[in-house]
Design a protein around this ligand. Structure first.
Ligand code: FAD
Ligand code: UDP
Length: 376
C-alpha cells in the first residue's frame, strides 16, 4: 500500500512526489503519456531540446521557489526578449523605447510619451464622440492604452489569431495591463529570476522524480477502482471534469498546433521567439528551440536547427487541453466541480488541469509545495 498515488507527472505531480518521497512516504506516480514531465517534457531532435508541448520559460519573483528548482538542476541565464515581425519589419517587445524608436524614430522618453499620449487622446475623443464611457472591448481598451499605431501593428493581428475572433468581440480585460516601458529594456518579464534548466527540462523532472516509482502509459481512468485502492491518498493532476465523469458538462480549453521543421542551417531567426503580428500570416509565432540553451557563437556548433510554427486552434474534445478559457460560463462550471472536490478527504486536486487555472510553472511548483506542507 502506498501513501500517495500521484496521477500525472507534470510539475505539480513531480514536485509533490519529490517532497513526499524525501519525507519517507511511499509514492507511486502514474502518467498516461509515454513519458514523464507533463507539458515541460522535451524531445531530443538533432541534439536540440525541443519543447514538445510548447515553449516554456521559467520565471518567478519567489526566491524560495527559484532556489528549490535550482537545487534540483541549475538554470541558465536565458532572458526572454521576443521580437515582433509585422509584414517584414521587426520590432522589439515588450513595448519599450526600442519599439518606439523602430515605430516612430523617436529617441527620448519625452518624444515617445508625446506620441503615445497624442494617439491615446485621439482614441478617447472618438469614444467620447460616440457616447462611450468605458472601453467596451479589447480594441477600445488597447487604443486607450497605447494608441493606434502599436495597436494596429503589434496587437490586433496577433490577438485575433490567438483568440480566433475580432478584437471588437473580445473582452477588454485581456489586455488591461499592457506594459509600456520608457526605457530601452527588451526583457519580457518583470520577475527577478528567469531561465531554462541547464541540460533541459527533462533534467528537472528526472531530478524531482529520482528514486520515485513511476509508470508511464498508464491512464488512471483505465482502472479507476484499482488505482483508488492502491494508496491512502490520491493526488490528482488531470482534468477535474474528467474525474467527475463530466457530470455537469465539459470544461472548454484553447489549444495550439505545433508544426515542426528541422532545418539544415545553424541559425534560422537569431532569436528563440519571433511573433508574427500581422493578420495574414496564419501562425502566431515561430519558436527556434536551440536559442533557449545555446548562446553567442555556440549556436553555430550544431549545423542544424529546429523550429515550431504555432497555430492557435479551437479546442475540441480529444485535443490537448492547453489554455483554460476562464470566461464566466466555464468558471461557473468549474466551481460546481470544485464544490465536489472540496468534499473529498482522500483526493488532493492540484495543477493546471485539476484547478482549471492558467498557472505558470513557478506558481504550480509553489502550489505543490504548499499542498504537501499542509498535508497531515
Ligand atoms: P501538466 O504539465 O499538464 O501535467 C499533467 C499531467 O497529468 C500530464 O502529463 C498528463 O498527461 C497527466 N494526466 C492527465 N490525466 C491523466 C490520467 N487520467 N492518468 C494519468 N495521467 C494523466 N509556464 C511558464 O511558466 N512559462 C512558459 O513559458 C509557459 N509556456 C506555456 C506554453 C504552453 C503552450 C502551455 C500549454 C503552457 C505553458 N506554461 C508556461 C504553463 C505550464 O505548462 C504549466 O504551468 C505547468 O506545466 C503545469 O503543470 P501541471 O503539472 O499542472 O500540468
Ligand atoms: N499580445 C499581442 N502581441 C504580441 C504578444 C502578445 O497583442 O506580440 C497580446 C495578445 O492579446 C496575447 C496577450 O498579449 O493574448 C498575452 O500574450 P503573452 O504572450 O504574454 O501570453 P501567453 O500567450 O503566454 O498567454
Amino acid at each position: 500500500m502506498y501513501d500517495y498515488l500521484i496521477v500525472g507527472s507534470g510539475l505539480f505531480g513531480a514536485t509533490f512526489a519529490h517532497l513526499a518521497h524525501k519525507a519517507g512516504k511511499r509514492c507511486l506516480v502514474i502518467e498516461k503519456r509515454p513519458q514523464l514531465g507533463g507539458n515541460v517534457y522535451c524531445e531530443d531532435v538533432e541534439g536540440i531540446h525541443v519543447h514538445k508541448y510548447g515553449a516554456h520559460i521559467f520565471h518567478t519573483n519567489n526566491k524560495e521557489i527559484w532556489d528549490f528548482v535550482n537545487s534540483i538542476v541549475p538554470f541558465n541565464r536565458y532572458t526572454n526578449c521576443p521580437v515582433a515581425n509585422y509584414k517584414g519589419k521587426l520590432f522589439n517587445l515588450p513595448f519599450n523605447m526600442n519599439t518606439f524608436y523602430q515605430m516612430w524614430g523617436v529617441t527620448t522618453p519625452e518624444e515617445a510619451t508625446a506620441r503615445i499620449d497624442g494617439q491615446k487622446a485621439e482614441a478617447l475623443a472618438s469614444m467620447q464622440a460616440a457616447g462611450v464611457k468605458e472601453p467596451r472591448n479589447l480594441e477600445e481598451q488597447a487604443l486607450l492604452l497605447v494608441g493606434r499605431d502599436i495597436y494596429e501593428k503589434l496587437i490586433k493581428g496577433y490577438t485575433e489569431k490567438q483568440w480566433g475572433r475580432p478584437c471588437t468581440e473580445l473582452p477588454a480585460f485581456i489586455i488591461k495591463r499592457l506594459p509600456v516601458r520608457l526605457v530601452f529594456d527588451n526583457n519580457y518579464f518583470n520577475d527577478a529570476y528567469q531561465g531554462i534548466p541547464i541540460g533541459g527540462y527533462n533534467k528537472l523532472i528526472d531530478g524531482l522524480l529520482e528514486g520515485v516509482e513511476c509508470r508511464v502509459d498508464t491512464d488512471f481512468f483505465a482502472d479507476r477502482a484499482h488505482w483508488m485502492s492502491v494508496a491512502d491518498k490520491v493526488v490528482f493532476t488531470g482534468p477535474i471534469d474528467a474525474f467527475y465523469d463530466y457530470r455537469f458538462g465539459q470544461l472548454e480549453w484553447r489549444t495550439v498546433r505545433f508544426e515542426q521543421e528541422v532545418l539544415d542551417k545553424a541559425n534560422y531567426q537569431g532569436n528563440a521567439v519571433v511573433n508574427y503580428t500581422d493578420r495574414e500570416t496564419p501562425y502566431t509565432r515561430i519558436i527556434e528551440h536551440k536559442h533557449f540553451e545555446t548562446f553567442g557563437a555556440a549556436v553555430y556548433d550544431n549545423p542544424h536547427t529546429v523550429i515550431f510554427r504555432e497555430y492557435s486552434t479551437e479546442w475540441k474534445p480529444g485535443m490537448e487541453p492547453f489554455y483554460t478559457v476562464n470566461d464566466e460560463k466555464n468558471n461557473q462550471l468549474y466551481l460546481k466541480y470544485k464544490a465536489l472536490a472540496d468534499q473529498e478527504y482522500r483526493v488532493i486536486f492540484g495543477g493546471r488541469l485539476a484547478e482549471y487555472k492558467y498557472y505558470d510553472m513557478a506558481p504550480v511548483v509553489e502550489r505543490a509545495v504548499n499542498a504537501f506542507r499542509t498535508q497531515k
